[in-house]
Design a protein around this ligand. Sequence first.
Ligand code: NAD
Length: 442
Amino acid sequence: MGKAKLSFFGLGYVGTVYSAGFASKGFKVTGFDTDKDKLKMLDKGAPPIHEPGLEELMRECKAKGTLRITDNPDDAVSNSDITFITVGTPSKEDGSIDLKHVVEASNTIGGALKGKGAWHLIVVKSTVTPGTTEKIVRRTVEKASGKKTPEDYGLAVNPEFLREGSAIEDFMKPDRIIIGANDEKSRKMLEEIYSEFDCPKILTNPKTAELIKYVNNAFLAMKVSFINMIANLCQEIPGCDVDVVARGIGLDRRIGEQFLRAGAGWGGSCLPKDLKALKNFSRKIGVNLPLIEATLKINDKQPLTMIKLTKKKIGNLKNRRVAVLGLSFKPDTDDMREAVSIKIVNKLIDEGAEVTVYDPAAMKNAKKIFQEKVIYAPSTIECLKDAECALIVTEWSEFKELTPEDFIEHMKNPVVIDGRRIFNPETYASKLEFEAIGLRAE
Ligand code: NAD
């Protein structure tokens, strides 16, 4: 039997990377999305998102003829054996998971399955709370298709762990693959398409697979909030530096060095919404998760530490020009969903500051958020010009290359607040006014 044919419903970060990734491995892939503008871009071979290596990968697949984009969901389902649901699962106002896209996609796939004779596998890759696949997805697909699982179609969960900014590498070399399925045929089919991925595979039921994704993100967020809490402690002890503390504990193999970088807080498209969804889901079933609640609370306040340090250095912010370097929630992405820069910039504006911003990739997205409220600089240096204080909010590599002299030469008043610990504190503090998260000079 040849390789299974795949389709993806939802061509955002996960769907685009996976479509191109599998297509590059010789699978015939069809991608579908409800966003017509995205489809037009993708059809031309242009990824709708900034992700290193993605454009080249898409070009390669186009040349091979393995990746096809369609605006017709029936075409995507009828020309594939497996459909992955990769739509977004945002938060509702109360923090609970909003399943509207998952339901809509399940309904469309179910409708398309109605006219299909062959058995078909549906895989939920979107992050969903435990029980969603077996209850909501199943009910919706069965209502729309008139079919029953596992006789007529299969249902499985295959959560995703890729990191924006290194998504292709994460697709090619995952740490592990989680396959949640109740029936043998679905499980085998997924095992088969992942057979050339050399990593541990955890075979479990759909609910456990769904839960693993949330617990994974909760643990990562907790680790960062933990070190941010310690950073705030270090800031009050003269001579203490959280970076040294983090290294001191990170070398303990039971702890590990990753996700121990103190900073202005965590954001992004996943951690905030997933922690809120887990908290909300658990409450509904009568379980409190105090560590998760503390993790969220610490993170809520952390961006404001940047304002505190700014005021410590330059005092009242009214009519003072402040440069914000970095807006995306992390480097190498243009994604600004729940980026801490939003809280920081808005607070600076509230305090009356004149804010200039620059990000190597996220300016287009930033304009949608801040509109006319800030000055958009075309480069790092332009952003610094005439500023009285510069805040490092995202650790883009081009900011790491800056020297104290760059700040001294271009700013009205060279004051730097390092919110991502990218600069050597000794070098900087000896040449200009410098503060950093988790650091208190003697
Ligand atoms: P995204 O918002 O970038 O993309 C979702 C896409 O789905 C959009 O293009 C949207 O137009 C499309 N869509 C919405 N409704 C649709 C429908 N009915 N049919 C077809 N397409 C539809 O989302 P994303 O960041 O790729 O995340 C997708 C899922 O994967 C989420 O559940 C997320 O939590 C999870 N996830 C994301 C990441 C990440 O780094 N972005 C990592 C792991 C897991």
